[in-house]
Design a protein around this ligand. Sequence first.
Ligand code: NHR
Length: 184
Amino acid sequence: MVSLVKSMTGDHPARPVLVLSNKADAGGLQKAADLGVPTDAISHKDFAERGDFDAALTARLAAAQADIVCLAGFMRIFTPAFTEHWAGRMLNIHPSLLPKHKGLHTHARAIEAGDTLHGCSVHSVTAELDGGPVLGQAKIQIQPGDTGESLAARVLPLEHQLYPAVLRRFAAGDLTPLMIDATG
Ligand code: NHR
């Protein structure tokens, strides 16, 4: 999130209008406020149904006049009504080379699967979890002796490079996949 916010200056076609979390104590809210970006929190626990929480998110995003939604560590699965409302306008970064390893614990699962390549993907968010069209990927080699933790530590800086680069193109209307090869 911080990498995205910091990237949106100068000739970038987008600007950050709101950083929104479902957790009032999320560390990112303070970081965003320190960067001068408006913040808010809406707790999913205040809603009996997922659809009602999602509707509150859409209302808050609309009030901020958001055109594009970028998920960054957002951990609540959206209802189809929400993904349809934001269809073609919502991005997520996922720590695997999609379509491999959707869901959680991706680094450990890449090692367990015997993969030699790993990385991260930015995708358009659809109702299918981690299943929307891929807009960019960055790949690294898995080394002998790698653990989930060591892989996560090598992928994270690539996430910080890939996501802003994809957002810049996306905001300018360019949906061509951006591929970063960091296999050395
Ligand atoms: N919603 C839809 N409909 N489609 C996607 O592709 C989504 C999404 C919501 C979030 C991010 C994704 C990730 O970065 C994302 C993509 C949370 C879960 C999950 O299991 C899965 C994937 C992602 C985020 N969430 C549990 C739930 O019941 C709660 C887990 C928790 O609170 O810790 O919502 O990988």
